[in-house]
Design a protein around this ligand. Structure first.
Ligand code: RB5
Length: 149
């Protein structure tokens, strides 16, 4: 499975650790930057990651900024993206299982490296429960997005 990963300057240190971790688990990683701690703008990297998912090149993504919030806000402006900002592993797992989230966001200033890796494992290791009310509710999200709700 191919995973896109991105960050801004405030998520750069943890992005490299996450990248190495998920590669060691066998995932192929597409890194859309940023590539240094020079100040930059998180919507640029959120947009680049969303394009990789929406084009079908990558199945899922991980975005890291200071809090994870700016990244998730920017990502959720894209039709077809369901980004979840998580700082606990229960939510990281459930957002795949129930919401069919395709992007995990978190903050380097919020979580430590150990929790960051656990969040990634929980998210990437979970599968969407493609049945019943979960399908109905995710379809409603799509209807809201498309103005047909
Ligand atoms: C950068 O200082 C910070 O605002 C950004 O990384 C992010 O936390 C925004 O949501």
């Amino acid at each position: 499975m191919k995973i896109v990963i991105g960050c801004d300057h405030a998520g750069f240190a943890i992005k490299n650790a996450v990248k190495a971790h998920i590669e060691s688990k066998g995932y192929e990683v597409v890194d859309v930057g940023t590539y240094s701690t020079d100040s930059c703008h998180y919507p640029v990297y959120a947009h680049a990651a969303c394009e990789k998912i929406l084009s079908g090149e990558c199945a899922l993504g991980i975005l890291i900024c200071g809090t994870g919030i700016g990244m998730s806000m920017a990502a959720n402006k894209h039709n077809g993206i369901r980004a979840a900002c998580c700082s606990d592993t229960f939510s990281a797992r459930l957002t795949r299982e129930h919401n069919d989230a395709n992007l995990l966001c978190f903050g380097e200033r919020v979580v430590g490296i150990g929790l960051a890796l656990d969040l990634c494992d929980a998210f990437l290791g979970a599968t969407y429960l493609n049945n019943g009310n979960h399908v109905t509710r995710v379809a409603m999200l799509k209807d809201i997005e498309n103005g047909t709700f």
